[in-house]
Design a protein around this ligand. Structure first.
Ligand code: SF4
Length: 672
């Protein structure tokens, strides 16, 4: 039993919590001195930790046999894993194995997972950022220079206005949502663009209720007004390239002309433009912008607008991509990605040589398989083995129905997790992992704050930290360079190779962490990016044109399904559904449908309805509500009882990041 000051494992806000291990239970209190949450928590932080002491935790390695899963020793498990992976590499080549890392795991664990994949001989490593902020990485690198939030959360307190597009902030990043609401009291202006009537939309000065999938048309129409009215920040003109071309493109997006596309009245766009151009602006976005077939272009349109409004690199301003997982920023920094090496070095760039020299092996200059390709490759026979750490793709990934098929058809599947997930059920070998309370390491939050997580209790049974399991497996595979004794050893190597983390030590993180870049030892961290200029000398305005998603509504599929999350649950629900209170508040899958549509179809709240897309169908209870507009239905992806991601295809993906279209899925609706 112990007590530790650590970080909430759920969203990317990175709130500080104090964990007290009471043996069979844990007590959570908010850390009163933490600079972000300052003694507060949302419901998941307070009531979402029962999973740690759940009797359903995995406690021993399990091997699939003809009669089910049988417990085996760690020695046997690691030996079997190493022998099978070695055999598969010998028979089919290293690219026949796919490694899936996790934004729930620490920086050190993500670094090790991608290094393991590369040492094994493949760039086939990816994780759930593919389905959330891979488009942020591509979009912000191409415009601003770095794929990260430019500001600090504290900048909200100095902003004059906030523009929130595609982020249900009070439900998904509640402590930031609460900060925005508090600042409304001192006069913060608020513009919200969202098809759903989320809480902040109902509190906004202007709510732009645009149609799903029309973000670029809306953002360009705002830019059109800003330029037409001369409201842009003239001082930015010598800091950006491409203004004339950008102005030429957005010139076409007169609000009167694009109202037919967006569904937003021109006068609302003009009012919103005046507000966001009226002073220091913070722009927030999340999955409503990123999870699209045109997600990278959406992100670039956000960054473009921020640049012409001077909303980058100054106090009280910023572009804030809000991260869904506690460590999706860090898992991306560590390059659990098929096309990057740690610190955002492209695998085909010369910077690869630094890693080859440090690690002592050659790295392919070809990107590996992306997460959106891996399971199709499993079904087609190209991938013969998976090593999946802390992810549940059978529920969370697009084309989720492919996941069980792929796992059953491949020759060897390792799943490393806390629970017998829907994905683990299809494994050959299951390895029990320690939770965030049972290990040490670092995670990096949405404002680039690298924070320590600390151990408060022992893992149950024989469960082990992910980093330790990876090291055991790497050594059993005979790979050199995995002689780490602790996460600190791993961070020491990271700090030598990743410039953004160069000055990071555990001692330096002791007092609530540091925001990257931390270029040297003793550096205080960086509250705001680009205050001293842009990494390429200037930022790039990259004009983008709106085009409809490849699959759009038609007579056969007349409704748009848009997917998302609930305040009470997280990801595949594996952790939050262990909580009695969270399950009581949101016990089952629900489908929101507009009251006019429901009346026309004779559907009442509580009735079972079926929504069917070209990919598949689900059945769940209807909630009749005007929170969703006519023609749109909304459902969450937390529930195995109705796997919404079975309806999301991977045929049409973002051309830069291979992100599927999660927010515009044409469906038909009927009573079940
Ligand atoms: Fe945890 Fe996010 Fe809630 Fe903070 S806002 S308590 S990090 S889920």
């Amino acid at each position: 039993m112990g007590t530790a000051r650590t970080i909430c494992p759920y969203c990317g806000v990175g709130c500080g919590i104090i964990v007290q291990d009471l043996g069979g239970t844990v007590r959570i209190t908010p850390d009163p001195d933490h600079p972000i949450n300052k003694g507060t928590l949302c419901v998941k932080g307070w009531k979402g930790m029962e999973f740690v002491t759940s009797p359903n935790r995995l406690t021993r390695p399990l091997l699939r046999t003809k009669s089910g899963f049988a417990p085996i020793s760690w020695e046997e498990a690691i030996r079997i894993a190493a022998e099978e992976l070695t055999r598969i590499r010998r028979e089919y080549g290293a690219d026949s194995v796919a490694f899936i890392s996790s934004a729930k795991a620490t920086n050190e664990e993500n670094y090790l997972m991608q290094k393991l994949a590369r040492a094994f001989g493949t760039n086939n490593v990816d994780h759930c950022a593919r389905s959330c902020h891979s488009t942020t990485i591509e979009g912000l690198i191409r415009t601003l220079g770095a794929g990260a939030m430019t500001a600090s959360i504290d900048d909200i307190d100095e902003a004059d206005a906030a523009f929130i597009i595609g982020s249900n902030t009070t439900e998904q990043h509640p402590i930031i949502g609460a900060r925005i609401i508090r600042n409304r009291a001192r006069g913060l202006k608020l513009v919200v663009a969202d098809p759903r009537g989320i809480k902040l939309a109902t509190m906004a000065d202007v709510w732009l209720r645009h149609r799903p999938g029309t973000d670029i048309a809306l953002l360009n129409s705002l830019a059109h007004v800003v330029i037409e009215e001369g409201l842009f920040d003239k001082s930015m003109l010598d800091k950006v390239r491409g203004f004339e071309e950008y102005a030429r493109v957005v010139e076409k997006y007169n609000p009167e002309k694009v109202a037919d596309i967006t569904g937003v009245a021109p006068e609302m766009v003009r009012r919103a433009a005046e507000i966001i151009a009226g002073g220091k602006l913070m722009m927030f976005y999340a999955m409503g912008i990123t999870q699209h077939e045109h997600g990278t272009e959406n992100v670039m349109a956000v960054a473009d607008l921020a640049l012409i409004l001077g909303a980058v690199g100054r106090r009280g301003t910023g572009v804030a991509p809000l991260r869904g997982h506690s460590n999706v920023q860090g898992s991306s920094d560590m390059a659990a990605l098929p096309d990057f090496l740690p610190g955002y070095v492209r695998v085909w760039d010369q910077g690869r040589a630094k890693f080859e020299e440090a690690w002592g092996f050659k790295i392919s200059d070809k990107p590996g398989l992306y997460l959106t390709e891996m399971f199709k490759a499993g079904v087609s026979g190209k991938v013969k083995a998976f090593y999946i750490m802390g992810e549940n793709p059978a529920i969370t990934e697009a084309c989720a129905a492919d996941v069980p098929k792929a796992l059953e058809e491949t020759e060897f599947v390792i799943v490393q997790d806390l629970f017998m997930t829907e994905t683990a059920k299809h494994a050959t070998l299951i390895l029990p992992a320690a939770s965030f309370m049972e290990k040490e390491g670092t995670i990096t939050n949405t404002e680039r704050r690298i924070q320590l997580i600390r151990k408060a209790r022992e893992p149950p049974g024989e469960a082990k930290p992910d980093w330790e399991i990876i090291v055991m497996l790497a050594n059993a595979l005979g790979l050199r360079g995995f002689d780490y004794g602790s996460p600190r050893d791993v961070m020491s190597e990271i700090s030598r190779l990743v410039p953004q983390y160069a000055g990071v030590t555990y001692e330096a993180l002791e007092n609530y962490g540091l925001q990257w870049p931390v270029p040297s030892r003793g550096h205080p961290g960086t509250r705001r990016l680009y205050e001293g200029g842009f990494p390429r000398g200037m930022a790039d305005l990259v004009p983008v044109e709106w085009t409809a998603p490849s699959e759009w509504v038609d007579n056969d599929y007349p409704f748009i399904l848009t997917t998302g999350r609930s305040y009470y649950h997280w990801h595949s629900g594996v952790l939050t559904r262990e909580s009695n209170i969270l399950s009581r508040e949101y016990p089952e899958p629900l489908i929101e449908i507009n009251s006019d549509d429901a009346a026309r179809l004779g559907i009442r709240s509580g009735e079972l309805i079926r929504i069917e897309a070209r990919q598949g169908a689900i059945t769940a209870k209807a909630i009749v509500t005007d929170k969703v507009p006519r023609g749109v239905v909304f459902s969450t992806f937390h529930f195995v009882e109705a796997i919404v991601n079975n309806l999301v295809g991977v045929e049409h993906v973002d051309k830069y990041a291979k992100m599927p279209e999660y927010k515009v899925v044409p469906v038909k609706i009927s009573k079940a």
